[in-house]
Design a protein around this ligand. Structure first.
Ligand code: NDP
Length: 461
């Protein structure tokens, strides 16, 4: 196993720390109890030293402070009735973080773990991710602590209607355009859109992305986060002179991003061995059977354990098991934040992993990133590698504005082009700042510089 190098010898010049440390301390003081937000801000601040050294104008007082402070945070009550007629009350959130580069754009998450800090970290990441795409998109994120698991479809519908009854005042095709995330797929987007249309009496498809294809949705929107991440991982491999075909791949999760990552990796000839949920993981030596996985997760809304029961001898279910313990060349964390920790990184290294590319948002802990990068693993950070979803959302907005429908082939061609550009931007920015191969630094600097330049041009707002 390669020996991890200490942090001080990692590639990339260190930041002139004073201002950045003071800002980080202020973020911690002002937003106590929001560790995920602190983590996301810290990672970005840690990358910016070389950029501020080249661009002293970005160190103008107040600019960095505005980058780390949302424009608006909305917290609201979501009352709804369950099937027994009992009134339930959840909490809804929308963090409209930055509209410098375009309308607020980012998904909604329905999961019991959702709180303001989680939504804020996701919104902050989204601002930078959207900047990196080069498209006209600001950043935001939202959601609720509602748990759709075990809820009937009428309950999910009533919840979505109540959620949109408040949210509709804050969103709009030129203002804020939500989409899906954990717990919010095509079904929920349909219920949300229906309620928006009813309340506003407007056919305004550009208000939400991830819609059904027959009513304003784009080809490949649901596939594009996973597909894009696999394309990113393939580019990372290629810079090492390797192809994805024939490689062993582990994927975590079994939701939208995971399923489509598995599908695309298999299409490109990789051997995908795993999928998981919050209860455990399956290992399938013959390769994951995507139609069976979709039937269980998307149609039946069942658990991953059912996959092993129905697949036969090639598959085994490991209750509480981790996909990181399965030998693989490539790992695609695609479930949730901080799922790949230092222990998982060391396990992946022991088995010879060469590429880790994040389908989920912030799935790798800072310590795990240091271990992987220190050992020479090519690492694709989520804000670059999983940008395919928001890119196709932007394509959906373009089609809605033009009252047009693009073919799957055209969407996929454009998606591939943007993913390639994002990869090359991260690689070139990292090299320019003395840290070749460090896509964390490259992504953070490239995104920050686009945002900061636009903020300077727009004045103190
Ligand atoms: P889904 O709801 O479709 O799937 C989520 C998957 O992750 C499920 O398998 C779920 O298992 C698992 N999971 C969720 N929370 C936890 C947890 N706390 N511990 C362990 N497993 C968990 O969501 P998506 O596939 O859409 O999203 C996955 C990740 O990708 C998220 O980080 C999201 O922010 C990110 N992402 C999604 C985009 C999109 O277009 N959908 C775009 C960019 C990023 P279980 O059923 O047991 O909860």
């Amino acid at each position: 196993m390669p020996t991890p190098v200490p942090r001080s010898s990692l590639p990339g010049p260190r930041a002139p720390r004073g201002r950045l440390d003071a800002l980080y301390a202020e973020v911690q003081r002002r937003d106590p109890g929001e560790p995920e937000f602190h983590q996301a801000v810290r990672e970005v601040l840690d990358s910016l030293g070389p950029s501020l050294a080249r661009h002293p104008e970005f160190a103008e007082p107040g600019l960095m402070e505005r980058v780390a402070e949302p424009e608006r945070q909305i917290v609201f009550r979501v009352p709804w009735q369950d099937d027994s007629g009992t009134t339930r009350v959840n909490r809804g959130f929308r963090v409209e973080f930055s509209s410098t580069l375009g309308p607020y754009k980012g998904g909604l998450r329905f999961h019991p773990s959702v709180n303001l800090g989680i939504v804020k970290f996701l919104a902050f990441e989204q601002v930078l991710k959207n900047a990196l795409t080069g498209l006209g998109l600001g950043g935001g994120k939202g959601g609720s602590d509602f748990d759709p698991r075990g809820r009937s479809e009428p309950e999910v519908m009533r919840f979505c209607q109540s959620f949109m009854t408040e949210l509709h005042r804050h969103v709009g095709e030129h203002t804020d355009i939500p989409a899906g995330d954990i717990g919010v797929g095509g079904r929920e987007i349909g219920f949300l859109f229906g309620q928006y249309r009813r309340i506003t009496n407007r056919w305004e498809p550009g208000v939400l992305t991830g819609k059904g294809r027959d009513w304003g949705g784009s080809a490949l929107r649901s596939q594009s986060t996973g597909y894009g991440n696999v394309l990113y991982a393939a580019h990372l491999l290629r810079t090492r002179g390797e192809e994805l075909a024939g490689r062993r791949v582990v994927v975590s999760g079994s939701g939208n991003v995971a399923v489509h990552s598995i599908e695309k990796a298999q299409e490109l000839g990789a051997h995908v061995l795993t999928a998981s949920d919050s209860d455990g993981c399956v290992v399938d030596e013959k390769g994951i059977d995507v139609p069976l996985l979709r039937e269980i997760k998307e149609v039946e809304r069942g658990r991953i354990s059912a996959y092993a029961e129905r697949r036969g001898a090639s598959a085994r279910y490991l209750p509480g098991g981790r996909v990181w313990d399965v030998p693989a060349d490539v790992a695609l964390p695609s479930a949730t934040q901080n799922e790949l920790d230092a222990g998982a990184a060391l396990a992946l290294l022991r088995h010879g992993v060469r590429v880790v590319s994040e389908g989920a948002n912030m799935p790798t802990t800072p310590e795990a990133i240091r271990i992987l990068q220190g050992a020479g693993v090519a690492f694709g950070p989520g804000k670059a590698a999983n940008a395919g979803g928001v890119v196709t959302s932007a394509f959906e907005m373009q089609q809605n504005a033009q009252r047009d429908t693009w073919s799957s082939a055209w969407v996929e061609e454009r998606l591939a082009l943007v993913m390639r550009t994002i990869h090359d931007t991260c690689a070139e920015t990292a090299a320019l700042h003395g840290a070749p191969g460090n896509h964390v630094l490259g992504a953070n600097i490239a995104a920050f510089e686009r945002l900061a330049a636009a903020m300077l041009a727009q004045g103190v707002v």
